[in-house]
Write a protein that binds this ligand. Structure first.
Ligand code: ATP
Length: 306
């Protein structure tokens, strides 16, 4: 039986600036996404119904019912195409779950690309991006890959130029954090501080560092407005961040809504050394070395296309 396989990268936010809470409950963001070489693999096989199974280290934390974002993506694609289609999706999970690395969004993007190919729909990238935007704020970037700045809720994307590779270590914490809870905590902290929240602005120096491959400047400019809230909810992450800084990280930051922490390294060897050190911490479930940017998902058939 033929099947389609796609590999989809995780992301780290190198700038996450969160504007005031809007009336619709969302925040305006400046969100600079960077795809890194930690991949989930989504395999779509022919089937009468849309179903999913999950394998890999983090599989036990992922729903296999309608709550799975990959199922939601496949359904949305079939609806867009106006037909009833089936596919069994097998997700090989390597991206930490509820870790602020957009693993669920990656699987949704993977399901869109894999099913578009499996079902022979041939929908253009723009259509997939539109469906992705309805599935969640991070799904369009998971489809795009590379490095990009998102504005609005984060879903209006512009690709950004980069030079060379940046090297990263990721400290995966025990347990996850709910993105919604971290935003709610951020709102509470801002309200009690009583300060006016500024409109989020793109950091031009950070964009320049990405474009010239200047890791030292990028490390110094990493920002995440959700970090204070994530650290309030998980104070032990302060120790994780300090351990990476002590090991010479060029920058140390909570990744997105956390609790994964991201460390920018000077080169690939440094990233591996950081990962080795971080993996020894009691606050750490695992540590990974990776590089970015990497491209978004591309489909490949396991046997000749029927
Ligand atoms: P983000 O960085 O986009 O805020 P995250 O990386 O923190 O997201 P995810 O790994 O995407 O979080 O998972 C968030 C929740 O979504 C999980 O707790 C899980 O219950 C649910 N979920 C649904 N589908 C998936 C999927 N395919 N993979 C992982 N989690 C999924």
């Amino acid at each position: 039986m033929s099947s389609v396989t796609v590999r989809v990268p995780a992301k780290v936010n190198v700038q996450l600036s969160v504007g005031p809470l809007r009336d619709d409950g969302y925040h305006d963001l400046v969100n600079v996404f960077h795809a890194v070489s930690v991949f989930d693999e989504v395999v779509a096989k022919e089937s009468d119904h849309i179903t999913v199974s999950v394998v890999g280290e983090w599989a036990d934390q992922v729903p296999v019912d309608d709550g799975n974002l990959a199922i939601q993506a496949a359904r949305a694609l079939a609806k867009h195409a106006g037909r009833t289609y089936g596919a069994h999706l097998v997700i090989h999970k390597s991206i930490p779950v509820a870790g602020g690395m957009a693993g669920g969004s990656a699987d949704a993007a993977g399901a869109l690309v894999a099913c578009n190919e499996l079902w022979g729909l041939g929908l253009p990238f723009e259509d997939l991006m539109e469906i992705a935007g309805d599935l969640g704020s991070d799904v369009p970037f998971s489809l795009l890959g590379g490095t990009a700045v998102g504005t609005g809720r984060g879903e209006q994307l512009s690709e950004l130029p980069t030079t060379g590779s940046f090297h990263w270590a990721f400290a995966v914490a025990q347990g996850g954090l709910s993105t919604a809870e971290v935003y709610a905590q951020c709102d509470r902290q801002r309200e009690s501080a009583g300060v006016e929240v500024p409109w989020p602005q793109v950091d031009d120096a950070l964009l320049e560092a990405l474009s010239t491959g200047d890791a030292a400047t990028l490390g110094a400019r990493l920002t995440n407005d959700l970090q204070a809230a994530a650290l309030t909810l998980r104070p032990e992450l302060v120790r994780t961040l300090d351990a990476g800084r002590a090991e010479g990280a060029l920058g140390a930051i909570v990744s997105g809504s956390g609790p994964t922490c991201a460390f920018l390294a000077a080169d690939a060897d440094h990233a591996q050394r950081l990962a080795d050190t971080l993996s020894q911490l009691p606050t750490c479930r695992a540590a990974l070395a990776a590089h970015g940017p990497v491209p978004g998902p591309r489909p490949s058939w396991s046997s000749p296309r029927p």
